[in-house]
Write a protein that binds this ligand. Structure first.
Ligand code: X8Z
Ligand code: ZN
Length: 655
């Protein structure tokens, strides 16, 4: 149910953008239509006059039946707006133009107005003793948008316009990097070597340089260059915070951060503690990884660029935001020769194109017993970056009609990283389809971390043995058990390095919403948290107007990020439960559940619940426990932890 009003995460227009998962209409089965619903307030106003106050009060007090009618009518309204909103957002993200932005802002305003109205109307039933199911639905309506607008003229429109602008500014972000330098000609020429006329690099191209270059000056220039897209966003961002905080307060939340934290079936403060608890379970592993990687980079770059007692320069870690470090694997890999399982190379050898990557990913899900994706998925998805127009390239999965019109939108690169991202996106789509029979209120993940964890859990089964099974890897090239450290290192660079990044993103937003960081402190606060959690720092002092949070999609894209932190805990927990179920007796990191329909059926039992029950019950349905738990991560990486501790034993770790 959670989503901003201007991009495809909007709700209650029921937009789940994962990362732009649009979900839309549930066609309500005819019993209640909008016209059937008469405002209870209007009825009672006419009736109270001749009665005593007590009698009047008894009459005006809402009834369970009215609450039921209200929920049905609200559902009908949501459904009505959903599908057109989803289609507009889809078009806007696939063709960013002035006109499609206008349409997105317009429907975003409508969605915002609807969301605010329904949330406020739902408050009427606050003191009523209701069956748990109805209370849950009303609560979901009250938290219907992650970015609620206040109930006053113009607010929803202003908010929707800002949100659309931020999204579009990010989506079109470009930067001129050495357009005259022949070394970079490939970025500025077409396949035939003719100039494209475009002298600016987009995020995909800049990311490629960050992933491959080992020249600190170049890395710094590209890293700083991408961040020039963000300062123009800061003013709008700060205004958006004001508006949506006001909207949140009207709904009874201290600020928008508290509203977000209230979405986890527990009091907001308890959720903060829960996130900290999970982080503390895995932090020792991150600390070891950080210590080891810094030392390896120090060997490559020297004391001046990578001093051994300082946070690591964020531009040296192979990713634009230093959120996952897999691209520096070759620089930091453990001693000893290990046969390389390079999925990028294997796919190239097997002539995989973008469609084949998606087909193979789909096959994993069908091997577990899920139905194949519908024809419309293949007809309507975007798999390849179009040359002739501006699109939002950040990968996303959509459900346009809340039934079977599921799609992904992704500028797929033919590499191992995107092979896994395709699984991630399909995880969203298969989840959406699994809960399509639920009422609109429950067409969502058990919590948002579940939604992000499904496809990632599948990816954990992309083991060398699995790659042999699907014909990508030759059986003779399966690394021996002695090479596990290499595989685990690769995995840790992606998954463990990600944990502190994913927890600090929303720490920053919580602080912004609570007013702890004023707009003038946005950037300093950002780096305070980046340093505290990740132990990274900018390559040089940041300019006074820097707004570095704006250079990461989910900030202007207005997608909460705690979901990814939770997903990185949950996916290992799911993987362990699945492997136990499959009777796996080997190490967790070598287990693959490919082809196991029994596990698939159990997984589906959890998925089909949607958000109809508090998430601990969904978790229990699959794992047998009600608690999120990081111990499966520790088990999975156990050999690596031993290795890192040994490697680090004479080092001074920390920053
Ligand atoms: O945004 C995404 C997905 C879409 S929901 C591609 N992810 C986060 C990111 O890219 O920052 C997946 C992992 C983290
Ligand atoms: Zn996702």
């Amino acid at each position: 149910m959670k989503s901003p009003a201007t991009n495809p995460v909007t709700s209650p227009v029921k937009k789940h953008l994962y990362l732009a998962v649009a979900a839309a209409a549930l066609l309500v089965s005819g019993c209640v239509t909008l016209n059937d619903y008469t405002s209870p307030k209007a009825e009672t106003e006419t009736e109270i006059t001749p009665e005593t106050n007590a009698e009047a009060k008894a009459k005006t007090a809402p009834t369970v039946q009215e609450a039921e009618q209200f929920l049905q009518a609200a559902e009908a309204e949501i459904v009505k707006l959903s599908m057109s909103a989803a289609k507009i957002y889809w078009i806007n993200s696939n063709f960013i133009t002035q006109d499609s932005n206008w349409l997105a802002a317009k429907v975003g305003e409508e969605a915002g107005l609807l969301s605010t109205r329904l949330a406020n109307e739902a408050k009427r039933f606050n003191d009523l003793d209701l069956p748990a199911d109805m209370a849950r639905k009303l609560d979901m309506l009250k938290r219907g948008s992650n970015f609620p607008a206040p109930d006053k003229p113009g607010a929803a429109g202003e908010l929707a316009t800002i949100m659309t602008d931020l999204n579009a500014t990010y989506g079109q972000g470009k930067f001129d990097y050495k357009s005259n330098d022949p070394q970079f000609a490939k970025f500025y020429e077409d396949e035939n070597g003719n100039p494209t006329g475009d002298t600016l690099l987009n995020l995909g191209e800049l990311s490629e340089i960050i992933a491959k270059s080992k020249d600190p000056e170049e890395l710094q220039a590209v890293w700083e260059g991408w961040r020039t897209v963000a300062p123009p966003m800061q003013k709008g961002y700060a205004r958006q915070v004001e508006i949506t905080n006001e909207g949140s307060r009207e709904l009874g939340y201290a600020d928008t951060g508290v509203l977000w934290k209230a979405g986890y079936d527990m009091p907001a403060d308890d959720f903060t503690k829960e996130a900290d608890r999970l982080w503390n379970q895995v932090k020792p592993l991150y600390d070891e990884l950080h210590c080891y990687v810094r030392a390896e980079l120090n060997e490559q770059y020297g004391d001046e660029i990578v001093p051994l007692d300082q946070p690591i320069r964020a531009d040296l870690l192979g990713n634009m935001w230093a959120q996952s470090w897999g691209n520096v694997y070759d620089m930091v890999k453990p001693e000893g020769v290990a046969p390389k399982v390079d999925i990028t190379a294997l796919m190239a050898k097997a002539d995989y194109d973008e469609i084949k990557m998606v087909k193979v990913s789909e096959k994993f899900f069908t091997s577990l017993g899920f139905d194949p994706l519908p024809d419309t998925f293949w007809e309507r998805s975007l798999f390849v970056k179009p040359e002739d127009r501006e699109v939002v390239c950040h990968a996303s999965a959509w459900n346009i009609d809340d039934q079977d019109d599921i799609r992904i939108k992704m500028c797929i690169k033919k590499d191992g990283e995107d092979f896994k991202t395709v699984h991630h996106e399909l995880g969203h789509n298969f989840y959406q389809r699994a809960y399509k029979h639920q009422p609109v209120y429950y067409k969502d993940g058990a919590n948002d971390g579940f939604h992000e964890a499904i496809g990632d859990m599948i990816s954990l089964s992309i083991t060398p043995d699995y790659l042999v099974q699907i014909g990508l890897l030759d059986a003779n090239d399966v690394p021996p058990a002695s090479a596990d450290i290499h595989l685990l290192m690769q995995q840790a660079l992606d998954k463990i390095a990600f944990l502190p990044f994913s927890i600090m993103m929303d720490q920053w937003r919580w602080n912004v919403f609570s007013g702890k960081y004023k707009p003038s402190e946005y950037n300093a606060g950002w780096w305070e948290l980046r340093t505290k959690y990740q132990g990274v720092r900018p390559p040089a002092a940041r300019p006074a107007d820097a707004f570095d949070p704006g250079a990461k999609f989910h900030i202007p894209g207005n997608t909460p990020y705690m979901r990814y932190f939770l997903a990185h805990i949950l996916q290992f927990q799911f993987h362990k439960a699945a492997c136990d179920m499959a009777g796996n007796t080997g190490p967790l990191h070598r287990c693959s559940i490919y082809g196991n329909t029994e596990v698939g059926a159990k997984f589906n039992d959890m998925m089909r619940m949607g958000s109809s029950k508090p998430w601990p019950e969904a978790l229990e349905a699959f794992t047998g426990t009600q608690q999120m738990d990081g111990s499966a991560i520790i088990e999975y990486f156990d050999p690596l932890i031993v290795y890192l501790k040994e490697e680090n034993k004479d080092k001074k770790c920390g920053w």
